[in-house]
Design a protein around this ligand. Structure first.
Ligand SMILES: Cc1cc2nc3c(=O)[nH]c(=O)nc-3n(C[C@H](O)[C@H](O)[C@H](O)COP(=O)(O)OP(=O)(O)OC[C@H]3O[C@@H](n4cnc5c(N)ncnc54)[C@H](O)[C@@H]3O)c2cc1C
Length: 316
């Protein structure tokens, strides 16, 4: 069993033990041994602030997953791209493969915090925090990613939208399970884009963010859109797709379908006001602003997309 490496400092007296397991099995054993009183930590950019603010008096131990083999890899496997849950935003931004095949993920992770935050904060932490405004999560929804969850019963792949029970509440048990990897497929003639509206000096989440995935029938920006996925956040207690806006695009081409898509998004999405970020009407207006920018960019990238090679080699 992994031994705690140092006791808590006086500033963070909330925990007594900090573990650095090297395997997923060991991490699960440590979580189980603490019977609800241990939490996974990765970059700590969300969790440690919450602990400092006294939000988790129950936490006695932290299980750091950043040293677990495989959890920081970015790998191509068959027709999937896989991103380890403990991959940092900086790793994601620098991945040539993600730049080429998952631009929305690179763009979303590239605007999280500043360089210091991105160097330690992870995609798994962004998702597990379960906020509908989390930028990496918004991109993963547009990519129709799946997440691998490790628990005592074994490893399972779940659609990304199944991970959320409410704002700040993951649908998996955060005291006995962990996210290990994300994966998504790369379809031919598909492209993505992400953009957001953020207060210049504000709290650490966007006013509104938008990620789009589209597939074209031909490598031509004027060809019909055969499939689309749109995620705007935050527009609900959990991350959501804009199903009617997506439907307004399918079988049609840009710019013809753009106004119908915007109208559908406007009528189906109802962001709430936030006292730190924006009023609800402002967010509602920004839906069209973001889509007008993001959608044509995703279509342009889909038309220019390189084919996705299939192999088993790890990539970075
Ligand atoms: C200054 C600042 C600016 C920020 N700006 C943004 C921003 O612009 N956009 C944005 O979306 N976020 C932002 N954040 C929030 C935060 O940095 C991100 O959400 C980050 O990705 C969290 O990752 P982490 O590794 O630090 O998570 P941690 O703080 O380590 O963990 C967060 C939560 O996830 C759980 N967790 C972590 N890893 C796993 C795992 N593998 N499996 C299961 N549970 C896990 C932890 O138990 C905890 O509950 C900002 C934070 C700061 C401090």
């Amino acid at each position: 069993m992994n031994k705690p490496i140092y006791p808590s400092s006086p500033a963070f007296s909330a925990w007594q033990a900090y573990y650095q397991p090297e395997t997923v099995a060991e991490a699960l054993r440590l979580l189980a041994a603490h019977d609800g009183a241990a939490r996974v930590v990765a970059g700590g950019t969300d969790l440690l602030l919450e602990i400092q603010r006294g939000r988790h008096p129950e936490i006695q131990a932290l299980v750091d997953v950043t040293g677990i083999a495989g959890m920081t890899n970015i790998a191509r496997r068959d027709h999937y791209l896989e991103v380890g849950a403990a991959a940092t935003h900086t790793q994601i931004v620098r991945s040539a493969w993600l730049q080429q095949h998952a631009a929305c993920l690179v763009e979303s992770c590239g605007v999280i915090g500043g360089p210091q935050v991105r160097n330690v904060a992870t995609l798994g932490g962004n998702v597990a925090h379960a906020l509908p405004a989390a930028d990496g999560t918004t991109a993963l929804v547009a990519l129709a990613a799946e997440a691998e969850i490790a628990a005592a019963a074994g490893m399972t792949w779940q659609p990304i939208l199944h991970l959320f029970a409410g704002p700040g509440q993951p649908a998996f048990d955060p005291t006995r399970s962990l996210l290990t990897r994300f994966r998504f497929t790369v379809a031919p003639h598909s492209g993505t884009a992400f953009s957001r509206i953020m207060r210049p000096q504000g709290v650490a989440l966007p006013i509104l963010a938008c990620a789009v995935w589209v597939q074209l029938s031909q490598p031509d920006p004027r060809s019909p859109i055969t499939a689309a996925r749109i995620c705007l956040g935050p527009v609900a207690p959990t991350p959501q797709r804009a199903a009617q806006a997506e439907a307004a695009l399918v079988g049609r081409r840009l710019p013809d379908a753009l106004e119908d898509c915007l109208a559908a998004a406007h009528s189906e999405l109802h962001p709430r006001p936030s006292k730190h970020r924006a009023t609800a009407p402002y967010r509602q207006e920004m839906i069209a602003v973001l889509l007008r920018h993001t959608l044509p960019l995703a279509v342009h990238r889909a038309a220019a997309a390189e084919p996705f090679p299939i192999s088993h080699s790890p990539i970075h």
